[in-house]
Design a protein. Structure first.
Length: 521
């Protein structure tokens, strides 16, 4: 009798614990994705062998190869498990319209972006702030605002590239540098100064001193930025080891301080783009420390891709003499028509926004360069259960809480049907025989609307694309009109790309390439 009572009491005590344990186990298995099955009407599901992680290791190792493998296995739409997320990849470019144009209440870009910017920049976005960005983007990264910014980039570029040219005999000797280091350094610093402002001169005589300070401060900033840049992909994936996590925290604090509102308000020539965003946020009552973090985001978005892109562009031109010849002839012609020339002791060449409109060959080379090296992953959160319609009429169910993504680098930019010999740099790929811009590209006999997407598309399309294009063109233009360039080893192969950066914009090389330059005249 007593024993029975004891057993009953123990059971009474244990049952809730057992049930709790069971619930945790089921919940845990659920989170690990063990119960997830493909439902009728959904795209093929591939969870991978490792619970919760799914395919994330292979995906991170080489996104391009992984997606090619999945496409071969499942076709042009499939869902894979990646670190706890279920992401549907859409590989059919004809169906991109449904991704790009779908309303925000079904497919939302913001949700994905907010998660990333919090992890990478420590920034928490505030309801209603997007309007401030949109207004500033429209006013300062297009039209007249863009012209002003382009002009400001030009004078800062001259300061970075040409400050030490004079009549010294040294100018006529070859200088050697790493092409990646040189291009990224110069374009980053000129872009940063154009957007975030210059050190103000204290008197007439000290203008040169102020320029010198601009060079020194921007050099220090670039140095720290490169450290952050190298941590970036692993920081974004949340896989930094503890020591590097500490280093990333230290770097974040450095940038929040250097780019802080207080420091910035001591500068001259702050761009309208940065100023309006900062003012708009102050007026909204957003905390100063958050605005400082936002400034770091703007620095990273605006400077993280343009420098690496300028490196690839110069390298491709140097490796392809026929392209170099065509671009050189074009820039020399535009310079001559503007009535300017490069001569010893003469005024610096000023490349105006009007001159930048007269370079179709360089435009095509820039576009081709981005096709080969810009590899963003475009992702949207699925906000509610929905049906996704493919261009050929197939329909697939997408689940609330999942994500959908496109990786145009593989699905269009390297598709041999759309771009024959997709791994080759063909400077005139985006030129019609009559010299106008080529926009007609075909797959299976049908015209492809999204034939290259270095800037993303739709709501999240890069607002800085016109400025970035101008920056690339200005940099190459000055390099070609002022300098003779050559690779230290003309037979050197184009370096492989660092695969860990797939998905984060412009790719970087695994190693630098040495080059030499000296004044042309
Ligand atoms: C070659 C240079 C550049 C490339 C390849 C590039 C590419 C991109 C891409 C692919 C995205 C969005 C991707 C997505 O949908 O998630 C983006 C976003 C952005 N870019 Fe750029 N970009 C470049 C230069 C610039 C410059 C110079 C600026 C500013 C002056 C800039 C400002 C931004 C901003 C603010 C965003 C975020 C937009 C948003 O939140 O909606 N970018 N960029």
């Amino acid at each position: 009798m007593n024993l029975c009572w004891l057993t009953e009491s123990v059971m009474e005590l244990l049952l809730p614990i057992l049930l709790g344990f069971l619930a945790c186990l089921v919940g845990g298995l659920y989170l690990l994705g063990v119960f997830r099955q493909r439902r009728p009407g959904e795209p093929p599901l591939d969870k991978g062998l490792i619970p919760w992680l799914g395919h994330v290791l292979e995906f991170r190792r080489n996104t391009l190869k992984f997606l090619e493998r999945m496409e071969k296995k499942h076709g042009d739409i499939f869902t894979v498990q990646l670190g706890g997320f279920y992401i549907t990849f859409l590989q059919d470019p004809f169906s991109f319209g449904g991704f790009v144009k779908e309303s925000r209440d079904k497919l939302d870009f913001r949700k994905v972006a907010l998660h990333l910017v919090h992890r990478v920049f420590g920034y928490k976005a505030v309801e209603g702030e997007r309007r401030i960005h949109e207004m500033s983007n429209n006013k300062h990264l297009k039209g007249e605002g863009l012209q002003e910014l382009t002009q400001s980039f030009m004078s800062n570029l001259q300061n970075m590239m040409l400050h030490n040219i004079g009549s010294a005999a040294e100018d006529r000797t070859w200088k050697e540098d790493g092409l990646f280091r040189y291009s990224y350094n110069v374009v980053f610093r000129a872009g940063y100064l154009a957007l975030f402002g210059n050190v103000p001169p204290k008197s007439e005589q000290s203008e040169e001193k102020a320029k010198e300070k601009d060079r020194a401060e921007s050099e220090a900033l670039f140095h720290e930025f490169r450290k952050y840049d190298q941590l970036f992909p692993r920081l974004a994936y949340g896989v930094l080891p503890p020591m590097e996590k500490l280093a990333a925290e230290r770097l974040k604090t450095y940038f929040w301080d250097v780019l802080s509102i207080l420091k910035m308000k001591t500068k001259d020539n702050i761009s309208g783009w940065v100023w309006d965003i900062q003012q708009g946020k102050e007026e909204m009552g957003i905390d100063m420390s958050m605005i400082n973090r936002n400034m770091f985001m703007l620095l990273s978005a605006s400077q993280g891709n343009t420098g690496p892109s300028s490196f690839w562009l110069l390298l491709f031109l140097m490796k392809h003499p026929e392209a170099m010849k065509a671009v050189k002839e074009e820039v020399d012609k535009v310079l001559k028509e503007s009535g300017q020339e490069v001569r010893p002791g003469g005024p610096m060449v000023n490349l105006t926004p009007e001159m930048l409109l007269k370079t179709p060959i360089l435009d095509s080379a820039v576009e081709e360069n981005l096709r080969l090296t810009a590899a963003p992953l475009l992702t949207r959160a699925v906000i509610k259960d929905m049906t996704f319609k493919m261009a050929d009429g197939r329909e697939y169910l997408l689940r609330k809480g999942d994500r959908i993504a496109i990786f145009p680098f593989s699905s269009v930019q390297h598709d041999p049907e759309i771009h024959p010999e997709p791994h080759s740099f063909k400077y005139d790929r985006f030129l019609n025989p009559d010299g106008t811009k080529k926009t007609d590209f075909y797959k299976a006999g049908k015209k492809v609307k999204y034939y290259t997407m270095p800037w993303g598309s739709g709501v999240s399309m890069c607002p800085g694309r016109f400025f970035a294009t101008n920056e690339l063109k200005q940099f190459v233009f000055l390099m070609l009109v002022y300098f003779e360039l050559e690779l230290k080893n003309p037979d050197e192969k184009i370096p492989e790309i660092d695969l860990s950066r797939y998905g984060f914009g412009t790719m970087q090389p695994v190693r630098d390439v040495q080059f030499r330059y000296k004044l042309r005249y």
